[in-house]
Design a protein around this ligand. Structure first.
Ligand code: ZN
Length: 222
């Protein structure tokens, strides 16, 4: 990646962090955003710093984290850098990660509930449901292990009593999916107020996943 490429990635991360708050899927200083950074001999990622207001954050405030966890930059990396690192390690197709405490997704996560296939757009997250990873203290390896497992075969998951993670080939696709997951969480929550939502069958969900695949909407940009 060229210096200009890295600069564009930095600007993209700052824009994405601000956009997630503007979209109402994150509030205050919680949440974080990262993008994979590949130089010739380096495989790591750029991530938002810990405890920073996004409107006050500039491109130079981001932190570089290497594959071994070594951080370089003017600030400490987000306290959740471990699950970012482990997702990039486990998922070579992932180019960007958005983590938010989106209100509706987090409400469901506080009930230890994932999102079942009540709506066909659940397939946008890569499978027949959106799982909820078990609770573990923020910033720990245990939480990271739970997150990687909940994301297996998926592009999004909830984190019990915490929030959600959405991944994508690019910052744009990760943010778009995070907004979609929050929209689905809100619709599921609303449906639960009225009754027990009726779920789509595995067969119907498989049809939708094949259709999405045909449209090329789910393929990582290479
Ligand atoms: Zn968090």
């Amino acid at each position: 990646m060229s210096a200009a490429g890295e600069q564009a990635l930095r600007s993209g991360i700052v824009a994405t962090a601000r956009a997630m708050n503007a979209a109402g899927i994150n509030r205050g200083r919680s949440g974080n955003v990262s993008a994979r950074l590949r130089h010739e001999a380096f495989d790591g990622f750029l991530i938002t710093p810990t405890g920073f207001r996004y409107d006050a954050m500039g491109d130079d405030d981001l932190v570089v984290v290497a594959r071994d966890g070594t951080a370089t930059g003017p600030h400490l990396p987000s306290s959740e850098w471990r699950f970012h690192r482990d997702i990039y390690r486990a998922r070579p197709e992932v180019g960007a990660i958005v983590h938010t405490h989106a209100p509706f997704a987090t409400t469901l996560a506080c009930l230890d509930r994932g999102i079942p296939p009540f709506h066909y757009m659940i397939a946008r997250a890569g499978g027949r449901d959106i799982r909820c990873a078990p609770y573990a203290t923020f910033g720990t390896q245990e939480l990271s292990d739970h997150a990687v497992r909940a994301l297996d075969g998926r592009r999004a998951c909830l984190l019990a009593h915490h929030g959600m993670i959405a991944v994508g080939a690019s910052l744009e696709s990760a943010l778009e999916l995070a907004v979609e997951v929050e929209t689905l969480a809100e619709m599921y929550w609303r449906a639960l107020q009225v009754g027990e939502p009726v779920l789509l069958s595995d067969r119907e969900m498989d049809v939708v996943m094949r259709k999405f695949d045909t449209y090329g909407q789910l393929r990582p940009a290479t």
